[in-house]
Ligand binder design. Structure first.
Ligand code: SF4
Length: 205
């Protein structure tokens, strides 16, 4: 049994918030247990709810494309959401739902220990860049402990707003460099600066 199986089972049976009663399938997320890069989106949509897998609709295809452009495949990374069950009609997750589901994501991060976490959209951004505006901080990163966090747009938003497609592409181009930084300069947990609100704009030359 893999170390994520236990948590996947718990999510599949979870009824800690109302979304557990309206979903078809919970969507815990997928990827290798030792993934170096983790992507965190918002919530499962229609297709994800049907299949129990993350990012399988149009935004999933776009995400695959973005990964390919930086030499990664879906199988190389861990992909999940801040809430694991679909909000009816794809409405925004409510604060109590976000709160109820948060421990699952924290446990996934704790188990996988990704070197780089990329937040996709404002709900996952809010968790690690509280109070920030995505249009202002996308593509910026900050370090918490040994993990580097970068915020960017949700692929679905970029599909709705073509002007953001190049923006999200540019943000993704930074991921390999962030991964290199995280590997070359590991920071021990006790040296972490979780209250550091300074974000860094990575310059690519
Ligand atoms: S959204 Fe999260 S907390 Fe709510 S039922 Fe699903 S797994 Fe449980």
């Amino acid at each position: 049994m893999g170390k994520l199986d236990q948590i996947n089972d718990e999510i599949a049976r979870c009824r800690k918030c109302r979304l557990g009663y309206s979903r078809t399938h919970a969507v815990p997320g997928e990827g290798p247990e030792d993934a170096e890069v983790m992507f965190i989106g918002e919530a499962p949509g229609f297709h994800e709810d049907r299949q129990g897998r993350p990012f399988v609709g149009a935004s999933g295809h776009f995400l695959d494309e973005l990964l390919e452009e930086i030499g990664l495949k879906r199988e190389d990374v861990f992909i999940t959401n801040v809430v694991k069950c679909r909000p009816p009609g794809n409405r925004d997750p409510k604060p109590d739902e976000l709160k109820a589901c948060a421990p699952y994501l924290e446990r996934q991060i704790e188990m996988i220990k990704p070197k780089v976490i990329v937040t996709l959209g404002r709900f996952s951004m809010e968790r690690y860049f509280p109070g920030a505006s995505i249009t202002r901080i996308h593509g910026n990163h900050k370090r918490i402990g040994s993990t580097i966090y970068m915020a960017t747009f949700h692929p679905a938003a970029a599909l709705r707003q073509p002007k953001w497609r190049d923006t999200i592409r540019d943000d993704f181009q930074k991921i390999p460099e962030l991964l290199k930084m995280a590997k070359e300069h590991p920071v021990e947990e006790e040296q972490s600066t979780p209250d550091d609100e300074k974000y860094t704009q990575l310059r690519l030359f």
